[in-house]
Design a protein around this ligand. Structure first.
Ligand SMILES: [Zn+2]
Length: 483
């Protein structure tokens, strides 16, 4: 337990420090582990993370994805097979070179992602068009030697994610899969976690190493910076060729498969939940994902001791009723005052608190306190179940409404205005020539990146002049600073 309960740093005054304080005080991650960039996920983190994983796994299985578990190690001969892929990852890979005192004949690396681990086996498993589509996923940790500053849940050298890898007959089928991934992501992240995101088609120079097209799910944090919380890639035949993943079509003709990979960043999604929904008292967890959805706090101060038995009996009754449908905790710990418990559960983000005190026994009432508004609602005992449903749905919509406000996008008149505005973060729409040189210039001048073009929305240029170089603009792109 942290010595001082509650946060001391205000979210709107110093978001970065506020985030680190919440990570420590709500007992989410411990960054004191002896290898830099490898923090420890504590019980609160792991329970939320498991919930998010379960939600996404359910969606994947509904769409015929099957679970697998591939080894964490990838032999060098697999890892280096697709040229662009190894070029993209060569600076980030951890290599295992020894076993005991013996030097290994061939180096093996810790998976930075599993394309090259899985696809040699795909080439053995896929023989005929009857084997397609093949849709597999695994929920694992991956390892990347990040050279940028690490930040718990957002940037680490080991992070948890789900990776789905599919193989299809045609490019068109792969494109359809990409759209299915987007629906899966939206069903969980928007509809259950109340996190809005922007879906970008990434510029060509910033694709996933080996991908034909990359799409990124970008979430905007309260400091105006972007956190990419997932990606999906159409790999085309780029991996099928070097890995010889071929199938016999209906006419007995050999063809390469078309592949996709989809990676929802579970740790980052949790980082976004904390950042976007949290307030000066701690986390606010959307009801669907909260490890404890309801906490019941019986209140009997010294003066009201005579009510203790009745209060505890009522608390147990309420627990019995609600625990059938919800994850409920009855906090009857004697060693803490009700005030301490309120702070503790507010810090941990439990969406709903039920207080039961002497007056409530007398009046047959219960007090509900929503975490998002901290508003007290007095209800009659008989309406408990309907009021809980109502409170959860109201909390969800309130969180969604607040989060939506972060997603404001501005236009800029010219480059100097863009540079000025980027100092305060935010995301901006520009007219763009599509040239990497202009992207490099933005990066050099401001530290911001071209995130890409908005997916699924045809946007036409008006000025027809690149906001950076003044040459002919062909596309509308979005710019912002990213984690
Ligand atoms: Zn330009």
């Amino acid at each position: 337990m942290s010595e001082e309960l509650g946060l001391t740093i205000k979210k709107n005054e110093d978001f970065g420090k506020w985030y680190l304080e919440i990570i420590q005080k709500a007992e989410i991650m411990d960054i004191r582990y002896g290898v830099k960039g490898f923090p420890v996920y504590m019980p609160t983190a792991m329970t939320v993370i498991k919930q998010i994983e379960n939600m996404l796994e359910k969606e994947l299985e509904k769409t015929d994805h099957k679970p697998v578990s591939f080894p964490v190690v990838i032999p060098e001969k697999y890892m280096t097979k697709e040229e662009k892929h190894i070029k993209g990852f060569c600076d980030e890979v951890f290599w295992v070179t020894h076993a005991g005192k013996k030097k290994l004949k061939e180096r093996i690396c810790l998976r930075p992602t599993s394309e090259t681990a899985m696809y040699p086996l795909y080439s053995l498993w896929i023989r005929s068009h009857l084997h397609l589509p093949m849709k597999l996923y695994q929920t694992v940790s991956v390892y990347r030697y990040e050279s940028k500053m690490t930040k718990p849940l957002m940037r680490g050298r080991e992070f948890r994610w789900i990776e789905a890898h599919t193989a299809h007959k045609t490019y068109k089928d792969a494109e359809k899969q990409v759209k299915e991934d987007m629906t899966i992501f939206e069903n969980v992240v928007v509809d259950k976690l109340a996190l809005p995101f922007m879906l970008f088609k990434r510029p060509d120079w910033d694709r996933f190493a080996g991908a034909d097209v990359s799409y990124a799910y970008d979430c905007i944090l309260p400091d105006g910076k972007i956190l990419q919380i997932g990606t999906t890639h159409n790999l085309g035949e780029n991996f099928a060729k070097p890995f010889s993943i071929e199938y016999m079509d209906q006419n007995g003709k050999k063809k390469y498969v078309n592949q996709t990979s989809f990676g929802p960043g579970i740790a980052r999604i949790f980082g976004a939940i904390i950042s976007v929904h949290g307030d000066n008292k701690g986390m606010i967890l959307p009801p669907e994902v909260a490890p404890t959805q309801i906490v019941i706090v019986p209140i009997y101060a010294k003066k009201t001791k005579e009510f203790k038995t009745d209060i505890l009996k009522k608390a147990a009754e309420v627990y019995g009723k609600l625990s059938k449908n919800y994850r409920v905790y009855l906090d009857d710990r004697e060693r803490f005052t009700p005030g301490y418990k309120f702070h503790d559960w507010e810090l941990k983000g439990v969406p709903l608190r039920i207080e039961i005190g002497p007056n409530d026994i007398k009046n047959k009432n219960l007090v509900l306190v929503r975490r998002d508004t901290l508003e007290k609602i007095i209800i009659k005992e008989g309406e408990l179940e309907t009021k809980v449903v109502e409170a959860f749905s109201d909390t969800f919509y309130e969180l969604q409404k607040r989060a939506q406000k972060l997603l404001t996008i501005e236009d800029v008149k010219n480059y100097s205005e863009l540079k000025k505005k980027l100092k305060n973060g935010g995301i901006y729409r520009i007219e763009f020539c599509g040239n990497e040189k202009c992207a490099d210039k933005i990066k050099e001048d401001t530290g911001a990146e071209i995130r890409g073009t908005l997916f699924g929305k045809e946007e036409k240029v008006k000025k027809k002049k690149c906001d950076i170089c003044g040459k002919k603009a062909s596309i509308i792109s979005y710019v912002g600073k990213a984690y």
